[in-house]
Each structure stands twice: as structure tokens, then as C-alpha cells.
Design a protein around this ligand. Structure first.
Ligand code: T5A
Ligand code: NA
Length: 215
């Protein structure tokens, strides 16, 4: 029949990148823009430090707790699994999700410590796959200028260089190259925001008929 209601799911928009590349700034601005223009949208940040697992992760990141590299890797992954039912319901209910870091950060930071890339990917297999990865691409020299790195565990130059390398490896290994949208994160906040709005509106328009995919 002609008047079958068209089903519309939300878009899964992911921001990824090394530390201090402007992910949270852009995720917040996109959220405010979409919300103010009447979209159903939610902002989600990983690690989600509000859950019991997230609190352990926070203690680790702030150097208040030591954990084995593999153990903390699995906790970061578990922190994504515990929110999966909520994220899935939101997307299927038509809400667009803006996610600040996800499994790609999970793998890249652990690989930078020396863990095997394929081992690192295993615990995240079966999580939802984003519709786009907006990768904030910035040299370490530029990111260092942004107020310098703080007190958290990973905020050191040579470690960040390894993280950047792992992200590139992940992109190269991805069968779906079009998933990754690299942006020159050196541009102004406003200039980047304009591009991100355009990309996101196109995606929201076009992804709604596609099924959700698992990673
Ligand atoms: N981690 C995370 C893992 O190891 N495994 C995992 O599975 C996951 C999910 C915490 C750590 O956890 C690791 C990765 C991290 O090391 P976090 O809480 O996301 O992750 O880290 P944060 O410290 O909150 O955020 P970042 O350091 O990554 O910074 P952002 O969000 O990239 O940058 P943002 O927006 O806060 O901006 C940084 C500074 O730059 C300025 C901002 O005003 C700010 O001062 N800025 C700009 N300056 C000039 N031009 C622009 N275009 C600018 N945009 C922002
Ligand atoms: Na951030």
C-alpha cells in the first residue's frame, strides 16, 4: 500500500581521535545544534564514568588504581557492553546518538601499550557499528599547544604518537573505508562545526532506512 509508515532510526555518529584533538568540543556543539533544530538526539561519552565499571576506569585513568593492561582493556570494553541495550533502544526509537570515543579508542590505546591488535579487537566484536567515524586528525605538536597535556595516565607525547599510529592501522584494516571521515582538526572550532553539521545532516537523512550493523 502507498501509506505504509516509513521507519526511521537514528544515526550513530562517532567522534574519535587522540587526546586534545577537539572531540568533546565538536560533539557538544553538534549536540546543541541538532537539539536546537528539533532533532531527537543524545550525547554519550566513553568511558562512561558514572557506572561501577566506569568508576574503576576513572580511578585507573587518574592514577589512583593500578590494573593489568589486559584487565583494564576488558573493563573499557565491558563499559561499552553495559550501555549497548540503551544505545540500541535509542537508535531504534529514532534518536540520533553522538558518541565521544568508542571501541576504536579502546583498541588504539591498548595497542599503544604493546598489546596485540587482533586480541584487542575481540572483546568489542558484536557491538554496534557507527554510521560514521568523524576522526579529528591533529599532529601531536598541535595538540600539545592546546593547554598542554594534563595529569591523566595517557597524556604523554610519545604515548600519544603510538596511539595515532594505532588509529591509522585500524583505518587501514577496515573493509569499509568510507566509514572513516578524517577532518583536519587544526581548523577553527566554527569552521569544523560547519563541516560536521553538513556531514551529520546528510547522514541523518540517508541512514534511516539502513539496518543497524554489528561490528
Ligand atoms: N580510553 C578511552 C581508553 O584507553 N580506552 C577506551 O576504550 C576509551 C573509550 C580518557 C582516556 O581514556 C582513554 C583515552 C583517553 O586517554 P576522555 O575522557 O575522552 O578519555 O578524554 P578527555 O581528556 O575528556 O578528552 P581529550 O583529551 O581526548 O580531548 P578532546 O575531547 O579531544 O578535546 P577537547 O574538545 O576537550 O579540546 C581540548 C582543548 O583544545 C581546545 C579546547 O578548548 C580545549 O582547551 N580546542 C581547540 N583549540 C583550537 N582549535 C580548535 N579547533 C579547538 N578545538 C578544541
Ligand atoms: Na574529550
Amino acid at each position: 500500500t502507498t501509506n505504509t509508515a516509513t521507519y526511521k532510526r537514528g544515526a550513530f555518529i562517532l567522534f574519535e581521535g587522540c587526546d586534545r584533538t577537539g572531540k568533546s568540543t565538536q560533539a557538544n556543539k553538534l549536540f546543541e545544534y541538532l537539539q536546537s533544530t528539533g532533532h531527537s538526539v543524545k550525547l554519550w561519552k566513553f568511558p562512561d564514568r558514572t557506572t561501577p565499571i566506569g568508576q574503576t576506569i576513572n580511578a585507573y585513568l587518574t592514577n589512583n588504581q593500578e590494573l593489568d593492561d589486559k584487565a583494564i582493556h576488558l573493563l573499557f570494553s565491558a563499559n561499552r557492553w553495559e550501555s549497548l541495550p540503551k544505545l540500541k533502544n535509542l537508535l531504534l526509537g529514532g534518536t540520533t546518538l553522538i558518541v565521544d570515543r568508542y571501541a576504536y579508542s579502546g583498541v588504539s590505546y591498548s595497542v599503544a601499550k604493546g598489546l596485540d591488535l587482533d586480541w584487542c579487537r575481540c572483546p568489542d566484536i558484536g557491538l554496534l557499528r557507527p554510521d560514521i567515524i568523524i576522526f579529528m586528525d591533529l599532529s601531536i605538536e598541535e595538540s600539545e599547544k592546546r593547554g598542554g597535556f594534563g595529569e591523566e595516565r595517557y597524556e604523554k607525547k610519545n604515548f600519544q604518537e603510538k596511539v595515532c599510529k594505532s588509529f591509522s592501522q585500524l583505518k587501514q584494516k577496515d573493509d569499509d573505508d568510507s566509514l572513516w571521515k578524517f577532518l583536519d582538526a587544526k581548523q577553527s572550532v566554527e569552521r569544523l562545526h560547519e563541516q560536521i553539521v553538513k556531514i551529520s545532516l546528510d547522514l541523518i537523512e540517508n541512514c534511516s532506512q539502513l539496518p543497524l550493523k554489528e561490528d
